[in-house]
Design a protein around this ligand. Structure first.
Ligand code: IPM
Ligand code: MG
Length: 396
C-alpha cells in the first residue's frame, strides 16, 4: 500500500501560482494562435475516464482546454477514453475493467471526471461505481492526494462564510489515499451476540503508510485522543518531523479541525491527514472557496502516472443538462500538467485562463452572483479556451 512521501509544502501551492505567460499573439485570436503553435516536440498519452453523471460533460470541455494549452507549448496529447464506474458496470459488469486499469497504468497521466449515480446506489459493494474508484487508486498506488482550497477574490462572495473569514484562504489538504478505514480489514457485515445485524470496518495504518512531511506550516490532523491508528499516526509524524527542523509542525484533533476550518481557516497552510478525515475535511474546505465545483485534486504515487480528478462527485441531479461547472476539472488538468508531466508553462496557461474567464464575469450556476453572466458547462469551456488562447496575466 502507501509508501512514505516527501513533499515540499512551498512547492504545492497549487493551483494559483501566477507568473506571466508569454504572449503568443500580439492580437489574440484562437485561430492565429493555433497557427502560431510550435511544432509538437513532446508527446504524452492521457487516459480519460469520463465516468458517470456530469463526468462526460466536464471531461469533454477539459480535453479541449488541455489540447489547446498543450499545443501552444509544443505538446501533443494522445487521448484514450476508457469506461469506469457506472458506465463500465453497464458495459462490462464491473466498475473497473482490467482493460481500463492497464490502459491507465500505461498512460503518462489519467484524468477522471466523476463516478456514481442513483442507478447503481443499491448495488452490492463490489458492484458499486465507488468500488471501482478505490480499486483504481489502489491499482495505481497513488497514496498522496493533494486537495488545494484557494479562495479567489472573484468568488469570495460565493463563500458561505463571511467575507473577512474567507478572504485570502489558501490551504492544501494532503490526504492519505490508499490506506486507513477505506481499505482496512477485517470489514464486513455480521450478526452480534444479540442477533442484530452489524456492519464493521477497521481503521488501520502501518508505519510505512504514514505521510512524511515537508517545509512550511504543517498541521497533522488525527483523533489521537481515542483511536490507536491515530496515536501511531501522531507518533510517526512527530518522529519524521524531527528530521525536518524547518517544518513548523502542529497537531489537531479532527473535530477541532472541522470547527477551526469555519472559525478561522486562514490559520491553515497545509493539513496532512488520513484517508477518511481528508475526505471529510476537503469537502468542508471546498465550501470556504465558494463551491466544490472549483476544486481540483492530484493523486500521486512514488512512480507511475498520477490520477487527476475534481473533488466533486457526479451530480446526477444536473447530469446532461449543461449546468455543471467544469472549472474543477480544468484546474485538475492544470495539476496534471504541473505535477504529472512537469509542464509548468502549460499549467500556468490554464490557471491564468480560469482566472481571466472569472475576471470577465462568466459564472456557472453554482458560483453565480448578480451582475455576472450565467453560462452552462460548454460555454464556460469555450470562454476558458478563448482565455487560454489570448493569455493575459489574470490578477488574482
Ligand atoms: C472523494 C470521494 C470518494 C472518496 C468516493 C466517491 C469513493 O468522496 O474522492 O472524495 O470517498 O474518496
Ligand atoms: Mg469525498
Amino acid at each position: 500500500m502507501a509508501a512514505s512521501i516527501q513533499l515540499n509544502v512551498r512547492s504545492i501551492k497549487a493551483p494559483f501560482n501566477l507568473t506571466p505567460v508569454p504572449k503568443q499573439c500580439p492580437k489574440p485570436s484562437r485561430i492565429s494562435c493555433a497557427a502560431a503553435a510550435a511544432t509538437p516536440t513532446k508527446r504524452y498519452s492521457i487516459t480519460l475516464l469520463p465516468g458517470d453523471g456530469i463526468g462526460p460533460e466536464i471531461i469533454f470541455v477539459t480535453k479541449n482546454v488541455l489540447k489547446l494549452a498543450g499545443s501552444l507549448e509544443g505538446i501533443e496529447f494522445s487521448f484514450q477514453e476508457m469506461p469506469m464506474g457506472g458506465a463500465a458496470l453497464d458495459l462490462t459488469g464491473v466498475p473497473l475493467p482490467e482493460e481500463t486499469l492497464s490502459a491507465a497504468k500505461k498512460a503518462d497521466a489519467i484524468l477522471l471526471g466523476a463516478i456514481g449515480g442513483y442507478k447503481w446506489d443499491k448495488n452490492e459493494k463490489h458492484l458499486k461505481p465507488e468500488t471501482g474508484l478505490l480499486q483504481l487508486r489502489e491499482g495505481l498506488k497513488v497514496f498522496a492526494n493533494l486537495r488545494p482550497a484557494t479562495v479567489l477574490p472573484q468568488l469570495v462572495d460565493s463563500s458561505t462564510l463571511k467575507k473577512d473569514v474567507a478572504e485570502g484562504v489558501d490551504l492544501m489538504v494532503v490526504r492519505e489515499l490508499t490506506g486507513g478505514i477505506y481499505f482496512g480489514k477485517p470489514r464486513g457485515f455480521g450478526i452480534n451476540e444479540k442477533g442484530e445485524d452489524i456492519g464493521f470496518n477497521t481503521e488501520v495504518y502501518a508505519t510505512h503508510e504514514i505521510a512524511r512531511k515537508r517545509r512550511g506550516q504543517l498541521c497533522s490532523v488525527d483523533k489521537a485522543n481515542v483511536l490507536e491508528a491515530s496515536m501511531l499516526w501522531r507518533k510517526r509524524v512527530t518522529a519524521i518531523a524531527s528530521e525536518y527542523p524547518d517544518v513548523e509542525l502542529s497537531h489537531m484533533y479532527v473535530d477541532n479541525a472541522a470547527m477551526q476550518l469555519v472559525r478561522y481557516p486562514k490559520q491553515f497552510d497545509t493539513i496532512v491527514t488520513n484517508n477518511i478525515f481528508g475526505d471529510i475535511l476537503s469537502d468542508e474546505a471546498s465550501m470556504i472557496t465558494g463551491s466544490i465545483g472549483m476544486l481540483p485534486s492530484a493523486s500521486l504515487g512514488e512512480s507511475g502516472p498520477g490520477l487527476f480528478e475534481p473533488i466533486h462527485g457526479s451530480a446526477p441531479d444536473i447530469a446532461g443538462q449543461d449546468k455543471a461547472n467544469p472549472l474543477a476539472t480544468i484546474l485538475s488538468a492544470a495539476m496534471l500538467l504541473k505535477y504529472g508531466l512537469g509542464e509548468e508553462n502549460a499549467a500556468k496557461r490554464i490557471e491564468n485562463a480560469v482566472l481571466d474567464t472569472l475576471n470577465r464575469g462568466f459564472r456557472t450556476g453554482d458560483i453565480y452572483s448578480a451582475g455576472n453572466k450565467l453560462v452552462g458547462c460548454k460555454e464556460m469551456g469555450e470562454e476558458v479556451l478563448k482565455s487560454v488562447d489570448s493569455p493575459v496575466l489574470a490578477a488574482i
